[in-house]
Structure formats: C-alpha cells, structure tokens
Design a binder for this molecule. Structure first.
Ligand code: NAP
Length: 280
C-alpha cells in the first residue's frame, strides 16, 4: 500500500444521484491506494472558491459535471489538446505546483465503450454537452456522416456551427419529428435525458416502432445508465438489435480520469461491479 493519501472530488449541480464517488472509491481500492473522493455541489459563482479549497487541501484532481463543463475552462492553466478541440472539460488535474490542467475523458469513455464496432453513418438525438464528446468519439471510430436530430433545430445549427471546422464528419441537422427510418444508420444514440430514473423514466425520444426499419446490425446506444434498460433500449432490444447503455462510458471516463490523477489505470471490471451494486 502506497502511504500517500489521494484526495479527489467532483463539482456540479445537482450531484445527489452521482455514482462517481462509488466508482472512484472502487478504483482506489483496486489500485491499492489510500484516498477519498467527495461531492461538492457548487454554483457557477462558487467555482473559484472551490478551486482554492482544493488547492489549500492538497487535492490531486477533480471531475466536473453538469452544468460546469464549459465554465471551468476559464480557470485552467493548461488544457489538453483533445479537450481544447471538444471545448469542454470533465477532468482536472492539480499539479504539485498547484496548476490546473483540464482534460476531457468523456470522449475516451464513449469510443472506448464501442471499440471494435464499425461505424460509418451515425444518428444522434440531442445536441447538448455530452453530444460534443460523442461527435469527436465517433470521428475516432471512423464515422463519416452524422445526422443530428433535435427538437430545437436552431440550437442544433449553432452546435454544428461551433464544431464543424474541427471535425471531418459531415454533420446534418434534422427536426426530431422527422426521424422515422433507420435503414441507413449504423448506430442511433440517445443524448437526451429522456428515460432517466425519475420524472423522465417513462419517456423515450422516439416511437419504438421505428426500430423495425433498422438493419439487424444497428447499435442502439443510450447515454442514460439509470435505469440500465430505458424504454428506448427496450424497444431496440425487442427488435433484436444490439443495445448499450451509458454505464461503460461512465466507468471508462472515470478510469481515464483516475489514470490522469494517479498514473495508474484501475480495474474497470471492479468499478463496474461497484457501480451496478449502487444502482440496484
Ligand atoms: P444537456 O447538455 O442538458 O443536453 C440535453 C440535450 O437533450 C439537449 O439537446 C436538449 O435539447 C435535449 N432534450 C432534453 N429534453 C428533450 C426532450 N424532451 N425532447 C427532445 N430533446 C430533449 O445534457 P448532456 O450533458 O448532454 O447529457 C445528456 C444525457 O447524457 C443525460 O441524460 C446525461 O445524464 C447523460 N450523460 C451520460 C454520460 C455517461 O458517461 N454515460 C456522460 C454525460 C452525459 P434542448 O437544447 O432543446 O433543451
């Protein structure tokens, strides 16, 4: 056992349902390291004070989640190239000389959860913060064309305008209500909160009947991980399609963050077991 005591945290708002403390505690255990990982529910205005707290108390790093992944950029001393390209940071390392270095490990979580799958044409529903990491993750997976389905196409056009010069993927905005045929897509991704436990649990961004139009090899991917099978995934599964929820993405982004902070890549299987037990 290493004698150092590692301190990590997560900032965001709300954080009540975050399972990051569970997966990072499991990572510490699997890496045989002493440490802790705590939640800090802070407003945008409180971020500078929180950063001072982390520095004063010798934290090694912290995660950043909704709604601060863009706001954090202005407080960083350095930004890794991938995070710069995406324009969002979810992991910050605090160096020994108290400098803040920002990374985006959501992209690693997304493409890592799909390794081995061949994706040329993709479709995504929603275009918020998580969709940014998905676009650049799809590029790594070889995607050439992405249809972006949105309830608000003006917002989606702005999303495309902000990233189109940074990616080779052809990005096409379409109104969500026009999504009625999946025969030409290799993967359909839900990047909205619809289906999440709570008030959105009984909702899906699409009518389940559309899955009948998909090729048998199409992947149905939901960024939501709680519940493990959303209505969206259930409808895809009922049509015999391969389904993936957001848990692997969550675990892999956490594992990469842990590696950035400690230099050790943790045991992701153990992290997944801990997460699954917490979500039951
Ligand atoms: P976000 O920035 O708030 O974006 C949400 C997107 O969903 C927006 O485009 C929004 O459209 C759209 N949307 C919301 N309600 C909708 C509705 N009723 N019908 C159609 N579209 C709707 O959130 P985010 O950070 O991108 O996160 C999206 C989901 O991914 C969340 O469930 C989050 O928990 C999950 N997530 C998972 C992971 C993981 O590791 N598995 C990582 C990050 C996020 P408007 O712009 O019109 O509101």
């Amino acid at each position: 056992m290493n004698n150092d005591f590692f301190k990590f945290g997560i900032i965001g708002n709300p954080l009540l349902h975050s399972i990051s403390p569970t997966i990072q505690s499991s990572a510490l255990l699997s890496a045989n390291l002493n440490g802790c990982y705590e939640k800090f529910e802070v407003s945008k205005e409180d971020i500078p004070r929180q950063i001072e707290f982390f520095k004063d108390n010798d934290f090694s790093g912290f995660n950043v989640t909704i709604p601060h992944k863009l706001e954090i950029l202005k407080y960083l001393d350095e930004i890794d190239e991938t995070a710069k390209k995406i324009g969002a940071v979810n992991t910050v390392k605090i160096t020994d000389d108290k400098k803040l270095v920002g990374y985006n490990t959501d992209i690693y979580g997304f493409y890592g959860s799909l390794k081995g799958d061949s994706i040329s044409n993709a479709s995504i529903i929603g275009c918020g913060g998580a969709a940014l990491a998905v676009v650049f993750g799809l590029e790594i997976l070889g995607c050439k064309k992405l249809d972006i389905y949105a309830r608000n196409t003006e917002k989606a056009q702005l999303f495309v305008k902000n990233i189109k010069l940074k990616t080779k993927i052809q990005l096409i905005v379409k109104p969500l209500e026009t999504l009625d045929n999946l025969e030409n897509t290799d993967i359909l991704i839900n990047a909205t909160p619809l289906g999440t436990k709570g008030i959105n649990e009984d909702k899906s961004p699409v009518d389940g009947n559309i899955f009948a139009s998909a090729q048998k090899s199409m992947i149905v991917y939901d960024l939501v991980y709680n519940p493990s099978e959303t209505i969206f995934l259930k409808a895809g599964k009922n049509c015999g399609l391969k389904t993936t929820n957001g848990l692997d993405m969550l675990i892999l982004q956490g594992a990469k963050a842990f590696e950035i902070w400690t230099g050790i890549y943790p045991n992701v299987e153990k992290m997944k077991i801990a997460a699954t037990n917490e979500l039951i």
